[in-house]
Design a protein around this ligand. Structure first.
Ligand code: HEM
Length: 504
């Protein structure tokens, strides 16, 4: 009997080794004509190692520069860094859909949300339910709510400026702006979405511990997207007791608890009825569980993305005195004509240089720039190379956003002027390519783009009007870590009040 069991075990192990080898050889063979880093045809080691390091964009740029616009980065993965090809693959009529990489973003293991839904039809069905909430249909005072948070942020930074004559020796005047922008974006989204802000700016701290905890989850999520085996383990009943729960005292648990409470208020006999995003979701026909999931997506999708865009806008401006002066001139020139105490969105969109600064910093560093992998069920030809059905197509964000053919010979440089100087044809190309940072023109286009632009315009205007920002440590101005989203840390900034110009 023992002999029989041992024989079966040996045959089973042998068969699985043969099967695994055969699969590897088959996967290598399918894409053998596409060049890439050594070993990438056989294992995911290259991807996993660099994802783990948090510095993946640098490594993917190296790959694109060495191997060209299509490169193999793992057995079933290619990186595409050609703007026209990526626009075609992402276009609304393309046959591509999201790949299983998106499963890593299943916030609730029991159900998909808009950011993890893979099938094109099911995604479209859910998306059409969510559009009214993101377009703020029926919400009249969304901009007013946002203005309240912008005003609070200005006051918050006003308390942290360095007095004339230098720092006071107690650290006053130096502020970690990375955190500051997280507090602002979390407060802004919670106010707009749930009718009440979380109050981070008021307390001056991450008092849920949720921001740090959510940032800590980015690495496991991005790893699960790459390693389906890990995803299966984490989402198995075995790991269920380890998943954050609403009753937990840790950061994510408390955040889930607060969202759960806010959603509960909208149901039952004594229901609260606010005119906010949550209410539109509640009335959209989604189940209560779906409302809870989508409320969380709204919060997550809308905070570190916009915070990173804002951090980078301030950072890039601080590196480019010409742009900094030009922006402040435009802003100073607008005072007297624009709404006070917070500029109106419609007025912001008229300030061309302000808009150019925002576009340029998002181009130079797209805040959400993971693989965003797509697959097709039919073979395709990309950059003249045959790519078999089922191959993961990863987005070469950082190379595409620096494409000289689209953005000009100085594409490596932060230069907002390019958006004002380009001719109509080039501008069209630039906007279509840079728009991919929001998945513009695709079926997955960012639902929060309108709100994000509103936040960025208002914040950059109001901050640049009142303050000057200087990086405390020019040698190491900030730290960044990239796990699909970029998180900037240790962005220590010296904030000074600007001398008011005559007539302002
Ligand atoms: C600068 C800020 C932002 C950037 C760069 C950005 C970027 C993106 C990108 C690239 C996608 C496509 C993801 C994919 O399918 O692979 C996306 C989707 C999405 N974004 Fe944003 N986003 C920003 C702000 C926001 C805000 C403020 C919200 C919420 C209020 C938001 C909500 C969403 C949602 C719900 C989706 C999923 C859309 C769908 O699958 O149909 N985003 N965003």
């Amino acid at each position: 009997m023992a002999f029989l069991i041992a024989s079966i075990a040996i045959v089973a192990i042998g068969a699985s080794i043969v099967w695994s080898l055969a699969t590897r050889i088959r996967n290598w063979y399918r894409l053998r004509h596409i060049p890439g880093p050594p070993g990438a045809g056989w294992t995911k080691f290259f991807l996993v190692r660099h994802q783990f390091s948090g510095k993946l964009p640098q490594h993917l740029r190296n790959v694109a520069q060495k191997h060209g616009p299509i490169a193999r980065i793992a057995p079933n993965w290619v990186l595409v860094s050609s703007p026209p090809e990526m626009r075609r693959i992402w276009s609304i009529r393309s046959a591509y859909r999201r790949s299983s990489w998106y499963a890593g973003f299943r916030i609730d293991p029991n159900r998909d949300s808009i950011i993890s839904m893979v099938g094109n039809k099911s995604h479209l069905r859910l998306r059409s339910r969510l559009v009214p909430a993101y377009q703020a249909r029926g919400i009249t005072d969304q901009e007013e709510v946002l203005d309240g948070q912008v005003g609070r942020f200005v006051d918050f930074l006003g308390e942290r400026v360095v007095d004339k004559g230098g720092m006071d020796g107690k650290g006053r005047g130096v502020f970690e702006m990375g955190r500051g922008f997280s507090y602002f974006t979390q407060d802004a989204i919670s106010a707009v979405a749930f009718g009440r802000s979380f109050g981070y700016l008021e307390k001056g701290e991450d008092w849920f511990g949720a921001i740090a905890a959510l940032e800590g989850m980015l690495l496991p999520c991005s790893m699960m997207g790459l390693l389906p085996g890990l995803l299966a383990v984490v989402t198995s009943p075995l790991c269920k007791p380890l998943m954050p729960k609403k009753t937990d005292q840790g950061g994510v648990g408390r955040l889930l608890g607060v969202i759960g409470e806010r959603v509960s208020e909208r149901y039952g006999e004594k229901r609260v009825r606010n005119m906010d995003v949550l209410q539109v979701l509640v009335e959209s026909g989604l189940s209560r569980e779906e409302v809870e999931s989508e409320a969380l997506v709204h919060l997550l999708g809308g905070t570190d993305t916009t915070a990173t865009a804002l951090r980078n806008a301030v950072f890039f401006l601080s590196t480019c005195p010409k742009a900094y002066r030009k922006l402040q001139d435009e802003i100073d020139g607008a005072v007297g004509r624009v709404t006070r105490p917070v500029i109106a969105d419609a007025e912001c969109t008229q300030l061309r240089f302000l808009q150019a600064c925002i576009q340029e910093s998002i181009r130079c560093w797209p805040p959400l720039s993971g693989f965003q992998a797509k697959v097709s069920d039919v073979d395709d030809v990309i950059c003249g190379v045959k790519v078999p059905a089922g191959t993961n197509i990863a987005f070469g964000f950082f190379e595409i956003m620096r494409d000289k053919g689209v953005f000009g010979d100085n594409a490596e440089v932060y230069d907002p002027m390019r958006w004002l100087e380009a001719g109509p044809e080039q501008l069209k190309e630039m906007e279509a390519t840079q728009g991919l940072a929001f998945a513009a023109g695709s079926r997955w286009e960012c639902l929060g783009r309108r709100l994000a632009n509103m936040e960025m315009g208002k914040v950059i205007f109001e901050l640049s009007l009142r303050f000057d920002f200087v990086m405390l440590d020019p040698v190491s101005p900030l730290k960044w870590e990239h796990q699909g989203f970029t998180v900037n840390k240790d962005m220590n900034v010296v904030i000074t009040k600007r001398e008011p110009k005559e007539g302002i």
